[in-house]
Structure formats: structure tokens, C-alpha cells
Design a protein around this ligand. Structure first.
Ligand code: AMP
Length: 380
């Protein structure tokens, strides 16, 4: 379906065509009209389904009539769980604000970097994309005010509403006006989220594009069964023989991510590791280079499991499995995005087998099994 009949302005349609968005993805087809009508929306959509543009486009239309003009009082607040996602969502806002009649300024704020430039940069900002901790710091120092927020977006809503962010989110909710439009988007819907959204949302339009288990239809999943000590050589064998343009490798700790990346580099593979213990500058730069195709292998933790969009990423490898089956779905969803195919490989050692069975059961899908004992890994 084309974007033309969804109620968007000609100027936004022009930006869409400049971006080569020729047809609206299903989440966009459903969410855009519902948000334009001013409804609260709960959108459950696959990662990579285009949900960001699904809320950014109609929300920009809506905010034009409700633009708050007081300096440092923002009109649209989007809260996200990670710094990388804040930058990415803000880029989508920045792409589309050029199609608005009134000038609108958007900005991303997140921790791990100096607060002062953010305080200065918040002059005249209307749309803010933020991680919770830094947002509260900025509110406390009066660099930004949330009392006039007209539209609230929670991206990766299940993550934002679970225990880890609970206190910070409650403090943020208390700063917002009661009357506002609420948009919650998530790739997975937990029971928790169900009960909280009932409190947070006012008669929401619920849009569920694909059941969680079908998210993965275009991702080809395989499991390589391998002895623990052969995981490293097998990873290098796969990277060298399959000749993927790019690979995202997940480990369960930052320490392991560094160790895996070091070994890859020593074996002549162009790799970099990023995780929560690296400086924000290093994280941002490595992700930028990987997104630009300048690094072949990025090794990371669940830091990058959610929401991060890497265009045409052909392959994700679970060097180690995540604890939660949901995180498995988020991780492998970094490939197979924007209607492109993708491959997700898990390296399963004997000790991982039981947990992998649980993941497959929760996912409702069995993964093809490949034995690796006969693969000659000498030299890798
Ligand atoms: P998201 O799920 O919002 O992270 O989007 C995933 C990717 O799909 C991003 O690279 C978007 O730029 C791209 N995208 C979103 N909507 C469309 C569309 N209608 N046509 C083409 N690409 C799109």
C-alpha cells in the first residue's frame, strides 16, 4: 500500500519518496491513521518492521497544532532503553522534520557523555529522544521541562516498563501532564506490559502486526553443535568460509566480547567489540563504522540486542546464548530487517543444549541442527 492515502501531508510524502519509502509497511498502514486521529496506541510489531517511521510520521503531523513554544518545554518525549537507540530514533525524527511547515528541533540525550553540551543544546528543542537516567538529570538541572509534553512515546516499551527502569519511569510519569497522547511500541509483549499499559493508556488502539513467533519468518535459523573449546575456531571458520559482508556476534559478557574480538583480529579478521564497559565515544564510533560497512565483525552483548537497525545485515551469530528467550528473538531480529532475508546462527556447546531447547520451545519453532565434529578446524 502506498503512503498517499494515509493522511500525511504532501511535504512529508515528498520526504518519504526522497528516502525511497515507496510503500507503507503493515505497522505503518495501521499505526499512522490511528495516531493521526489522536488515539493512544499500543503497537506490537516485529523488530525491523518500520515501527519508528510508523510513529514518527503521524506524530510530527499531530504536534504541529500542539507545538509548545516556551523555551526548554518539549512537546514530544520519546523514551528508549539504550543510548544507541536514542541516536537512531532521533535520526528518523531528523529525517522527517524537514517535511514540516513549522520548524521543529529534535535532539537525543543519553548518559555516558558530558551533560553540558546537552544542556546547551536543549535550547529550543521540541522533540526529545532520551534514556531515562540522563533525562531525569536534565530535568533536575532545569535544562528541560516535561510539564507540557503533548505526546509520549515509549519505544521497546516492555523493556522500559520492566523492573530495571521502574523507579526512573515512575519519576518521569509524575512529571508529565495527565492529558497527553501515549504511544507504546514493542516487539514483544509480556504479561507485565499488559497490566501496566492498562493503567498508562487511554482506550488504546491495539495494533498487533505479527504474533511474536512469526516475527522470524524471514530469518533462516541454524544451530551448530560444537564442543565449547572449538567455538572460537568454528566462529573464525564460518566467518572466513561463508564470506559474509558483515556479522554481528553476541556474547554474554563484555569480557567475553573483548576476548572473542581479540582472537578474530589476531586471525586477520576485521573486528571490534562494544559493550557497557566501553566509553560512549568508542561505542558510538564502532557502531557508526559497523553501520557504514567499515568493520566486518562487531562483537557485542545484549546492549545491541534491541531495536538497533543495521541495514542489510546478513548474519547474526550467538557465540553464547542469552539468558532470556525474548532476548534471543531481539538479538536475531538485528538481521532480516526491512523485509530483507537474514541468517541467525547459534553455537551450541553440550552445556547450552538444555537452555537452547527452552528457547526453541518458547519461540514455538525448532531450529535446524548441524553437527560440526567432522569439520576440520585446524588453522582457524
Ligand atoms: P525500524 O523497525 O523502525 O527500525 O525500521 C527498520 C528499517 O526499515 C529502517 O532502516 C527504515 O529506514 C526502513 N523502513 C521503514 N519503513 C520503510 C518503508 N516504508 N520503506 C522502506 N524502508 C523502510
Amino acid at each position: 500500500m502506498s503512503f498517499t492515502n494515509l493522511g500525511l501531508s504532501p511535504a512529508l510524502l515528498k520526504v518519504l519518496s526522497e528516502q525511497n519509502y515507496s510503500k507503507a509497511y503493515p505497522i505503518q498502514k495501521s499505526a499512522i491513521p490511528a495516531i493521526l486521529k489522536g488515539n493512544d496506541v499500543l503497537g506490537i510489531a516485529a523488530t525491523g518492521s518500520g515501527k519508528t517511521a510508523g510513529f514518527v510520521l503521524p506524530l510530527l503531523m499531530n504536534m504541529q497544532n500542539r507545538l509548545v513554544t516556551k523555551n526548554r518545554h518539549i512537546t514530544v518525549l520519546t523514551v528508549v532503553p539504550t543510548r544507541e537507540l536514542a541516536v537512531q530514533v532521533n535520526e528518523v525524527f531528523q529525517t522527517f522534520v524537514s517535511g514540516l511547515a513549522k520548524p521543529v528541533k529534535s535532539m537525543a540525550v543519553y548518559g555516558g557523555v558530558s551533560i553540558n553540551p546537552q544542556m546547551i543544546g536543549l535550547q529550543g528543542v521540541n522533540v526529545l529522544v532520551a534514556t531515562p537516567g540522563r533525562l531525569l538529570e536534565l530535568v533536575e538541572s532545569k535544562a528541560v521541562h516535561l510539564s507540557d509534553v503533548q505526546i509520549l512515546v515509549l519505544d521497546e516499551a516492555d523493556k522500559m516498563l520492566n523492573l530495571g527502569f521502574k523507579d526512573e519511569m515512575n519519576r518521569i510519569f509524575a512529571l508529565l501532564p495527565q492529558k497527553r497522547q501515549n504511544l507504546l511500541f514493542s516487539a514483544t509483549l509480556s504479561d507485565d506490559l499488559n497490566s501496566i499499559t492498562q493503567v498508562l493508556l487511554n482506550k488504546p488502539v491495539v495494533i498487533k502486526i505479527t504474533p511474536e513467533t512469526n516475527i522470524l519468518s524471514q530469518i533462516d535459523q541454524v544451530a551448530y553443535f560444537v564442543q565449547e573449546e572449538r567455538k572460537g575456531p568454528l566462529l573464525r571458520y564460518l566467518i572466513k568460509t561463508k564470506k559474509w559482508k558483515q556479522v554481528l556476534v553476541f556474547t554474554s559478557s563484555g569480557f567475553k566480547a573483548d576476548a572473542v574480538a581479540d582472537k578474530l583480529i589476531k586471525n586477520g579478521i576485521d573486528a571490534e567489540a562494544i559493550h557497557g564497559k566501553k566509553s560512549q565515544w568508542v561505542r558510538t564510533e564502532a557502531l557508526r563504522q559497523f553501520k557504514a560497512g567499515d568493520i566486518q565483525v562487531l562483537v557485542t552483548t545484549d546492549l545491541l540486542a534491541r531495536g538497533i537497525d543495521i541495514e542489510f545485515l546478513p548474519c547474526v551469530i550467538n557465540y553464547e546464548l542469552p539468558r532470556s528467550p525474548k532476548d534471543y528473538i531481539h538479538r536475531i531480529g538485528r538481521t532480516g530487517r526491512a523485509e530483507a532475508p537474514g541468517e541467525a546462527i547459534s553455537l551450541i556447546a553440550p552445556d547450552d543444549e538444555h537452555h537452547f531447547k527452552i528457547i526453541q520451545k518458547k519461540m514455538g519453532r525448532m531450529v535446524d541442527r548441524i553437527e560440526t565434529d567432522d569439520i576440520d578446524l585446524r588453522g582457524f
